[in-house]
Write a protein that binds this ligand. Structure first.
Ligand code: ATP
Ligand code: MG
Length: 159
């Protein structure tokens, strides 16, 4: 359906505003010029955004910042990203991070609930919509997850 991008991102922020306040985390929404609406499966994309924001919140210490950004790629795709100023992910774990049940464990996340499914589900949904998802992370600096979505879906197209 036709989705207002700013509204979609503001709604995500609203869903998490209580947890953000509790951790004194600032949310920033940055929608690049020229982006207003897109034909999207709002329920699916909400699920992706919620998984990413929930990670950003879980793995960012108090006082941090979470940024949601919408931009257009050179290939005419919509790109949505969630970045945080959190604990980051060690290099050695990056290649497996989208696998089902994979978690960077050790002491750092002992007290943080989770099954290791959020990112794998996010990737599944993004791929089902014809997009890609990538993750960049710097230990103790933060993490940025970006996913792309085709802006135009041709009706009846099978391949
Ligand atoms: P679930 O999402 O099922 O509740 P989870 O958050 O542990 O559990 P994923 O969302 O799949 O699982 O993330 C996998 C692992 O990647 C996490 O356990 C965590 O170690 C790491 N991770 C994910 N997002 C971030 C992030 N923003 N910052 C730091 N580490 C992250
Ligand atoms: Mg998660």
């Amino acid at each position: 359906q036709k989705v207002d991008i700013v509204e979609m991102l503001e709604d995500v922020e609203d869903r998490f505003s209580f947890q953000m306040q509790q951790k004194d985390i600032t949310a920033v929404i940055d929608v690049k010029e020229g982006i207003s609406h897109a034909m999207l499966d709002r329920d699916g994309i909400d699920q992706v955004l919620d998984n990413l924001i929930s990670n950003a919140l879980k793995y960012t210490p108090d006082g941090g910042k979470i940024t949601m950004e919408a931009a257009l790629t050179g290939q005419g795709m919509l790109s949505l990203s969630v970045s945080d100023t959190g604990i980051g992910i060690p290099k050695k774990d990056l290649e497996r991070i989208f696998e089902r049940f994979y978690r960077v464990d050790k002491a750092r996340t002992r007290n943080m609930g989770g099954t290791g499914l959020g990112l794998s589900i996010a990737r599944e949904i993004v791929r089902a919509h014809g997009g890609h998802i990538t993750l960049h992370s710097e230990l103790e600096q933060g993490t940025k997850v970006t996913f792309t979505l085709p802006l135009v879906v041709e009706g009846g197209k099978s391949a």
